[in-house]
Design a protein around this ligand. Structure first.
Ligand code: GLN
Length: 492
């Protein structure tokens, strides 16, 4: 069933700033929606009701004092539980961090607060962001608001579901191999993975540091742009943060695609379900109808993305997760000596998927195998980046499916890691290259569940990406609820 989304963030912030409603009222509405619906969906690990009410009161005080509380005044936001929130639990969906309360806010969280947004809770996720279904969370799975027998995608499934269910108009997620875009696609919302370095990773618990990026979920492209504008821009606390002016995307979203060239990436059509492929073609037609030149293009190197990713990401994870030793964070299981304590803590604290990644990564990095696996994967990563660079000389954007299928049933892929990993086949190449990409909802598949189309662009071309996303979004609005596209031409 099509869930009803919250009002847009832009509309809510305008209403709060102009005094036609209060942040307190907006936040109460969000908390009530969560109280009513989250028992079934389980989008949140922690709801921060008292904190949220305090933040809302502060926004209202500023409005009353004639101050401007910021572009997201009073807007409720869900924050993925791998982003540090000062004094509030940050679990990463793992037992190993239970009881840990970070002493600081992630930069993106601090920027949300500065913009007047209200953090209403921490959203559920696959443990340490390893997964594509939010089923590896130590706190139980999140369910897809469209059909609660289906997964919401992952790893940021809680954030995607919170927006899709109408609990909040905006959410933050992180995307290492697709964890914003794939759940956005499966839940029928917009999800943007920015250029690597465009958004600060300070206070994002590291999974694979060379791939991780924080980004927005929203119900519309304009709202995603608005949130990206708030969280993006240089941060001296992140050594990989790009030193550039903060983005201002919300203003270019309506500029259209006239004169742009769009390549439909054939490798990503190959393994995708026919109903998903049909939607991609309709989105391509919509771009053409709006004045873009559209043709198919092959980039064979992307086929190796999945294999390279599942060496590079676990390798970095095995190193990053070494810090959870029972001494510095969260859980400690007592034992006779330090090594036994480390072992007992990690054995009890990590779930099966995290252990699998640590073992894969440690193996790929081990002396004797590092050249055959990790270093070879790095060479493949370079080949993919070069192939994209060549392709982007001819095309402004690439288009394809976000996920090869619509939302699958809970449990369907849990026992088969390879099948689970394959749901990221279309999203991973952009992470390896460090490029931005966005998933935009485009109608439904044969099962009535949402389909997302993915637009990809070269580094720092978020403006082009968002312009095209808005065109696709407008065409999607003409797609009817029975899964048939109607009148795509009419929007010309
Ligand atoms: N599903 C992918 C993985 O498990 C991607 C996860 C992510 O982007 N955080 O590694």
């Amino acid at each position: 069933m099509r869930p009803s989304p919250a009002r847009t963030a832009s509309a809510l912030a305008d209403a709060v700033r102009s005094g036609s409603t209060t942040a307190a009222a907006v936040v109460e509405e969000s908390l009530a929606a969560i109280a009513h619906g989250d028992g079934e969906v389980h989008a949140f690990v922690t709801v921060l009701a008292d904190d949220a009410r305090r933040q809302a009161a502060e926004v209202d005080r500023r409005v009353a004092a004639g101050e401007d509380p910021g572009p997201l005044a009073g807007v409720p936001v869900a924050v993925k539980d791998n982003l540090c929130t000062r004094g509030a639990p940050t679990t990463c969906g793992s037992r190993i961090l239970e009881g840990w309360h970070p002493p600081y806010d992630a930069t993106v969280v601090a920027r949300l607060r500065q913009a007047g947004a209200v953090v209403v809770g921490k959203s559920n996720m696959d443990e340490f962001a390893m997964g594509s279904s939010t089923e590896t969370s130590a706190f139980g799975p999140t369910r897809n608001p469209w059909d609660t027998s289906r997964v919401p995608g992952g790893s940021s499934g809680g954030s995607a579901a919170a927006v899709a269910a109408g609990f909040v108009p905006l959410a933050l997620g992180s995307d290492t191999g697709g964890s914003i875009r794939q759940p956005a696609a499966l839940c029928g919302v917009v999800g943007l993975k920015p250029t690597y370095g465009a958004v600060s990773r300070y206070g994002l618990v590291a999974f694979a540091s060379s791939l991780d990026q924080v980004g927005p979920f929203a119900t519309s492209v304009v709202d995603a742009a608005l949130l990206f504008d708030v969280i993006g821009g240089h941060d001296p606390l992140d050594s990989t943060s790009l030193d550039r002016l903060p983005p201002r995307m919300a203003s270019v979203v309506g500029d259209g695609v006239d004169g742009l060239s769009v390549g439909v990436l054939t490798e990503h059509l190959d393994g995708a379900a026919p109903d998903v492929v049909r939607r991609v073609h309709e989105a391509a037609e919509a771009c053409a109808a709006a004045g873009a030149s559209v043709e198919e293009v092959s980039v064979p190197e992307v086929r190796y993305g999945l294999s390279a990713y599942y060496l590079i990401a676990p390798a970095e994870a095995s190193s990053n997760l070494a810090r959870y030793d029972g001494v510095r964070f969260g859980l400690r299981v007592a034992a006779d000596d330090v090594v036994a304590m480390n072992t007992a803590t990690r054995t009890a604290g990590f779930g099966a998927e995290v252990k699998r990644r640590i073992m894969l990564g440690t193996y790929a990095l081990s002396a004797g195998y590092v050249d055959a696996y990790y270093n070879q994967a790095l060479r493949v990563r370079t080949l993919i980046a070069e192939a994209f660079a060549t392709t982007y000389r001819r095309f402004d954007l690439l288009l394809g499916p976000t996920s090869p299928t619509t939302a699958f049933a809970l449990g369907a892929k849990l026992e088969d890691p390879l099948a689970m990993y394959l749901s990221d086949v279309c999203t991973i190449p952009s992470n390896l290259a460090g490029h931005p990409a966005i998933s935009v909802p485009f109608g439904t598949g044969d099962d009535g569940l949402p389909v997302g189309v993915q637009l990809m662009a070269p580094a720092l071309a978020e403006n082009t990406l968002l312009r095209a996303a808005a065109v696709v979004e407008a065409a999607a609005a003409l797609v009817d609820g029975d899964g048939n596209a109607v009148g795509v031409e009419e929007q010309r």
